[in-house]
Design a protein around this ligand. Structure first.
Ligand code: 3PG
Length: 306
């Protein structure tokens, strides 16, 4: 059995070592393709492998066609919008994610970005504190729950909206569950996005919604680039000079954001939310274990395609 780790943005070495240990203990071979840059290298590497571990790497129909021996793809992480699920299903390939394994890392970065925004990007001027401010958690999944946990330490007043999570689940964590997404934005000083990129959420963070935020609002995006309606957010930030946008996923219009919103905008150069040794180890080793139990026991827990 040949297991490929294909990560354009590599895991920490310690995580790769842990993955190798799991794979070799099962009697399988590990192949490593890091920082491959061009898709042709990925297409070449997948030819004879039975399983692939990926991160945000794009696995589309062309990759599936090139991978004739492929049985399983595990996205070491939460979001699997980078995998063409229909193509996987059509070719009988199982796709899984590793939910929860990198959530704390993403939540911690959300706070790093929040502090940076309310302290005026460390430009020496007086900013504000997070304590006592209203935090809106947009989607209460694994990351959202970790954000709530950390927010308590900061002394924030915590609100959440999740279309799919029962109110009781949110409220048992001491978080106020609001009834609509509009209510979340109109209530909160800081909104942190934790929604996946789906046909329903794409472009959903738009002018009308963000415009509901109170004066001095901060929007934090550690979720996905696609959920933002960039043209509308730019228009809004031009009109409302009080708003700030901090993101861990560089917008397509990054240059425009940089030139227009100095002191109110920041993007990491590369998505850093899950870039910790701990998250890499947790997600990478979980992926390796899921592959081993898929082949050895037929276990399909965390399968995301039909
Ligand atoms: C995820 O969906 O798990 C996060 O966005 C992390 O993605 P990454 O593994 O590409 O850093």
């Amino acid at each position: 059995m040949k297991i490929l780790v294909a990560t354009d943005k590599p895991f920490a070495k310690v995580a790769v070592d842990g993955i190798r240990k799991e794979v070799e203990a099962a009697g399988y071979e590990l192949v490593l393709l890091e920082k491959y840059g061009e898709k042709t290298k990925l297409l070449e590497a997948v030819k004879d492998v039975n399983a692939i571990i990926i991160r945000s790497d794009i696995i589309d129909a062309e990759v599936f066609d090139a991978a004739k021996e492929l049985k399983i793809v595990v996205r070491a992480g939460a979001g699997y919008d980078n995998v063409d699920l229909a193509s996987a299903t059509a070719r009988g390939v199982c796709v899984m994610n590793t939910p929860g394994q990198n959530s704390n890392a993403v939540a911690e970065l959300a706070f790093g970005m929040m502090v940076m925004a309310v302290r005026n990007f460390y430009n020496g001027t007086s900013g504000t504190e997070l304590m006592g401010k209203k935090l809106g958690i947009h989607a209460y999944g694994n990351v959202g729950r970790n954000v709530a946990r950390v927010a308590k330490g900061f002394g924030m007043d915590i609100y959440a909206f999740d279309a799919f999570c029962p109110k009781e689940v949110i409220e048992k964590d001491g978080v106020k569950a609001v009834s609509s997404v509009e209510e979340l934005y109109s209530t909160c000083n800081v909104v942190s996005l934790h929604i996946p990129a789906t046909p329903e959420t794409k472009n959903s963070i738009n002018y009308a919604l963000v415009n509901k935020m109170p004066k001095g609002g901060v929007l934090v995006n550690t979720a996905r680039k696609e959920v933002i309606n960039e043209a509308e957010l730019i228009k809004l930030m031009e009109e409302r000079t009080d708003l700030k946008y901090v993101t861990d996923i560089m917008p397509a219009a990054n240059d425009e954001f940089v030139s227009k919103f100095e002191g109110r905008y920041f993007s990491t150069p590369k998505k850093m939310g899950a870039q910790t040794a701990e998250a890499n180890i947790n997600a990478g080793i979980a992926a390796a274990k899921q592959i081993v139990s898929f082949f050895k026991d037929g276990c399909e827990k965390f399968r995301v395609n039909k």
